[in-house]
Design a protein around this ligand. Sequence first.
Ligand SMILES: [Mg+2]
Length: 347
Amino acid sequence: MTLNTSFERHSLPLEYPFTIARGTRTKTDVITVQIEDDTGTVGIGGAGPSAHYGETAATVEAVLPDLLKVVEDVGDPHQLARIERRLRETVERNPAARTAVSIALHDLVTKRLELPLYRYWGLDPTESLETSYTIGLDDPDTMAEKTETALDRGYSTLKLKLGTDRDIEIVETIRSVAPDVDLFVDANEAWTPREAVSRIERLADFELAFVEQPVPADDPGGLKFVADRSPMPIAADESCITVADIPQIADRCDIANIKLMKCGGLREAKRMIHAARAHGLEVMLGCMTESNASIAAACQLTPLLDYADLDGSLLLADDPYAGVPMPDGVIDLETVDRAGTGAVADR
Ligand SMILES: [Mg+2]
């Protein structure tokens, strides 16, 4: 069949400037891919590129014509395995660009079959989870104000960004305004192994669920040093990119933080989830700052997860796409009344 493809860039302001240990952003540039079949059915997919992994909106735009040519050459969106292999042969890196194509194909295929994506996979929508909502780094009082706003909006699982010399004060302040919220922290590689151990010992007083990426990904021994000494579970994010990383991190952490934009597509994400389980790890699905053109697809994997950190669209001032409903942060697949990933233009 003939498949018509296109893509466009959206520059989306964030609700708040978003600061992590590595820097601050006020907007996110995402790319939306559309793949249309000869009946006029359109699959939508999004790329939320991350400079930390070598991608920008410009690199996504640079490789998408070659990736979409593969899709047009194969000409059958149901040939997901063959297309995926050829996408990886075309650009080995650029995982966010490949992910946008992967999502658009899955959206198109399941719209053609008139099924929500989770039903195509046979997943149980009643196994829903609440997404965590991220509070970016700021002074402790501002982070406390944002926490109160988040609680007012109904969120009850919060992720705090850390990686400063005020980390203990930040967590203490947040706990004073949100004593009952489920809380975890993400240092984004900012600590040395010894710093991490001493901070985590002090943070253990504040009933955190776990600590994400305490030390740099290029120090795997440091991650093991911390995990062996930590009184609470450790999640690996920057240390956990593709399925090949899962065996490497298996004895160095407790939770694998998998992201579509790191791994290159929905099929690779599923392989990572199953590999992580086989290695005794718990599974979190995370995200970048992304629109619902990609977050909606990630939400479809929720029944396979222990933790969902899928607040990418919630951090935007305005998302041009609607996705899977998240009342009070609960990813509600059961109420999705449309085929595909659930992403739909909202303007
Ligand atoms: Mg992280």
